[in-house]
Ligand binder design. Sequence first.
Ligand code: HPA
Length: 270
Amino acid sequence: MIEQINQTANYLRTRVADMPRIAIILGTGLGGLRNHIENQEIIPYTEIPNFPVSTVEGHSGNLIFGTLGGKRVIAMQGRFHYYEGYDMKQVTFPVRVFKALGVETLFVSNAAGGMNKEFQVGSIMTITDHINLFPENPLRGKNYNELGPRFPAMTEAYSHRLIKLADEIAESKDINLMHGVYVGTPGPTFETPAEYEYFRIIGGDAVGMSTVPEVIVANHASMEVYGISVITDLGGKDITEVPSHEEVQLAAQKAEPKMVELIEGMIEKL
Ligand code: HPA
C-alpha cells in the first residue's frame, strides 16, 4: 500500500509544480465549486496510476489543481463510494495520496437525508460528528505506523476550529447553517421509515452513503477536517415522500451556491 501511495504521489508531483495544502472532495452539492477554481490543471483519474475510476452518474472523475479563495487547492471531482463495489482501501486511497503530497486540511461534502425535524430540503449542515455504520472500518488490517497510529482517537474528527470558522463565515454572509451528526451507511438503498427513525433516535441528524471512510483515514493521517451536508430529502416514520437520485441531485443543485460561498469564504480565511 505504501508503495502505491508513493508511486501515485510521485506521479502527481511530475504533473503539478506547486502542491496545495488543502484538498476538497466535491460531493453532490459542491460540484459547482470547480467553476470557481482558477488556473485549473485537470488530471483525469484514468491517467493517475493506482487510482480507481468513478462509475456513478453525476460523478465524473478528475483531480483538479488550482487556486480557490487565493489558496492552492486539489479538488476531487467524483469520489469512490463503497456501494459501487470499491473496498474501503480504494475508497480512501485518494486521501492517503493527499497526505503524501503534503495536504493538511480536508474539506468534504455530500448529499444526505435529513432526520432532524428542524431541517428542510435544501438545508445545509456542518457535520459536527459522525456515526460509522459501514460494515467495515477503512483502517481494518495491518497498521502502517508511518501513516498513523493503530488506535486513532476520533474525539475531534471534525475540527472545532473549522466548525467555528464556518459559523462565522455563514453569519457574515447571512447563510443559515445548521449543525448535526452524520450517519454513514453503506447504501445503496435509501432508508426505510423505521431506519430513518432509528438513526434519529441513536443521535443522527442526517444520513448518507459516503464521507465517513475518508474522514476516518484523514484523522488517522492527522489532517484537519471540515464536512458539510446538503439535505436533499427528509426521512422519518411520518414522511411518505420517496427519495430518488434525481430529486437528490436537484435539491443539491439548488443549495450549491450557498455551499460554494461558504467553502470559498472559509478557504480565504485559512
Ligand atoms: N439516505 C441515504 N443517503 C442519502 C440520502 C438518504 O436519504 N439522501 C441523499 N443521500
